[in-house]
Every structure is written in C-alpha cells, then in structure tokens.
Design a protein around this ligand. Structure first.
Ligand SMILES: [Zn+2]
Length: 309
C-alpha cells in the first residue's frame, strides 16, 4: 500500500504509556455496560456481543473484556492470543519501528475518514470520525476494561476503535495473515462497525436480538460481522481507485479474512468445528463479503441482514 507521505489522521489517541488498569469504568468492579445500565439485561448482553463481535474476530478472548470466566469467543482463542506475554506490553512502544506503525495506522484511519465522509455526503449524511485509541496491554473504554488479549475492538458506547499494535505481529506470525493491507483490513473492519453504529444498524441489531436464543444471536452476529467485512471491502474499493493499492494488497486482506473464519480458527484451535457457535462467519463467507464490497463499492450490496450469506 502506497501510504507513506499521505495524510495522517488527527483522531489517534495514544494511550500506550497509560496502563489503564483497575476496575471497569464506573461499575466498581462489577461489569456494567452502558446499555445494560439503561435498558436492563437484554441490552447489556447485546453490547457484550457487539463488543465481542466488534472487538475482534481473531481468536480474541471476550473474557478479557467481559471479565467473565473462560469460554471465550473461540475455543482456546484467548490462550492463543494471550501468548502475548503480559498483555502486550511492548517495551519497544516508542521505538522507530513502532512509530512507523503508528504512522501507518494514522494514515489508514485518515483514508477511512476521507472515504466514508465522501460516501455519507453522497447520501446526504454527515460522517462523524471515530477516534482510534492506541494502547499497550490494557485499556479502559466505555464498553469496559479490556486487555491486549482481547485484540482490537470497537466500542459503540464511545465511538472509538481500540488497538494494541502488538496484535499485528500475532496476525502475521500466528494467523499467517501477512502484509500491510491485512492490517489495513483489520482497521477498516472496525471502522465498518462504526459505520454500522452511525447508520443505526447496531441499534436495530440490538432490538432484533432482544429475547433471541444464543444460536439465533450468533447467526445475527455473523450478519453484523460479514457486513463489517463488506464495508471494509467498500473502503478498499475506493482506496484502489485512488491508485494507492499495490499488487497483492487486496489478496493479503482476503487471506486475512480467510485465516480468521470461525471454521478455520476452530479447526486450528480444537480440531473440529461447532457451527452453531460461529458468530463471525466462515472463511468462505468472510472472503465473499469482503470481495463483494471491494468489487462493487456500493453500501447497498452489503445487505447481510436478510437472505442467504
Ligand atoms: Zn467485527
């Protein structure tokens, strides 16, 4: 990706020096999700799922956010991610390599801002830029306390994307999802959740989810996740039109989508798959929707809420 020298976003909050430890915001140790406080049990479960979903599909361990027991998003996922030894405390946080990574993240974020501002404007809407919080090890968000073990996530409660950049090493080394554009896809996926939040899709998801069984909720979350992938594809479509994609870039994003499919991760971690537990989509589905957004560049082609996936 020809990102060097391009605009870098001002919406980066660098919390890497701040451990962010202690209890969860406001709840005094008891995990309170903003929605839960307002709307009772159902809503808070939804936000848990949203944070888990938004959070992160690379074997991220929801208990790292939810503070609950084990049984994370993907069997064994947490352990796999948490081999980050000590919550992603990257001693080289201020290192030149890390600052280069920060510049890359700031540039990709700026590219998402420009693209979504244009798309929203074309629909007579105003795009609100999300903030992207860089953290090391652990962080407090409006969705609760999270550690690097959770991987990147989007919190609808404060409209912020949370990223511990050591995750990119795991993406590369653990999931075999190499290449800069695989990392750009990660950020564009989270921004896809922000677009869902701004357009009310997440709110509708919340309503639809009320009273649903876990299996049905999982299927619904797959639809939310695949749409975020499709939105990442829409962003890649316009990024390609700007002439800043290089040979193989989109393929590295496609490979990342493949490596993080629920079926691929479950097979890798436990040797078998439990389809009713899928809440991100299979490798095939993720590649299909990422490609659909990339090929058409149209939001209207990202309707995952109805019909076959
Ligand atoms: Zn997601």
């Amino acid at each position: 990706m020809l990102w060097r020298g391009r605009r870098q976003s001002d919406n980066i909050e660098d919390d890497r020096s701040d451990s962010g430890g202690g209890g969860i915001g406001g709840g005094g140790g008891q995990f309170q999700l903003p929605i839960g406080g307002r709307t009772g049990g159902g809503g808070s479960i939804i936000l848990v799922i949203l944070v888990v979903i938004a959070g992160w599909y690379f074997g991220f361990d929801p208990s790292a956010i939810l503070g609950g027991g084990d049984g994370g998003l993907l069997p064994g996922g947490g352990g796999q991610i948490t081999d980050n030894s000590g919550g992603g405390q990257d001693s080289s946080a201020g290192s030149p390599a890390n600052d280069e990574m920060k510049q890359f993240v700031a540039t990709v974020l700026a590219e998402t801002e420009d693209t979504w501002t244009g798309i929203f404007k074309s629909q007579g809407l105003t795009y609100e830029d999300p903030k992207l919080v860089l953290f090391s090890g652990q962080v407090r968000s409006a969705c609760g306390f999270a550690s690097a073990a959770a991987g990147p996530f989007y919190c609808p409660g404060d409209h912020k994307v949370y990223l511990d950049m050591t995750f990119f090493q795991q993406l590369d080394q653990q999931f075999g999802a190499t290449g800069e554009f695989a990392r750009a896809y990660v950020i564009a996926h989270e921004v896809g959740h922000h677009v869902q939040n701004l357009t009310g899709i997440m709110g509708k998801f919340d309503q639809m989810r009320q009273g649903m069984s876990e299996v049905d909720a999982n299927q619904l979350s797959v639809r939310i996740e695949l749409q975020a992938d499709c939105f990442a594809g829409v962003w890649a479509h316009y990024t390609g039109q700007k002439g800043i994609l290089e040979q193989g870039d989109f393929e590295s994003a496609l490979n990342a989508a493949k490596q993080i499919g629920d079926d691929t991760l479950q097979k890798k971690m436990q040797g078998y798959v439990v389809p009713e537990s899928f809440n991100h989509g299979t490798s095939q589905q993720r590649q299909t929707w990422l490609t659909r957004g990339y090929k058409s560049g149209k939001l209207s082609d990202c309707n995952t809420m109805s019909g076959p996936l």
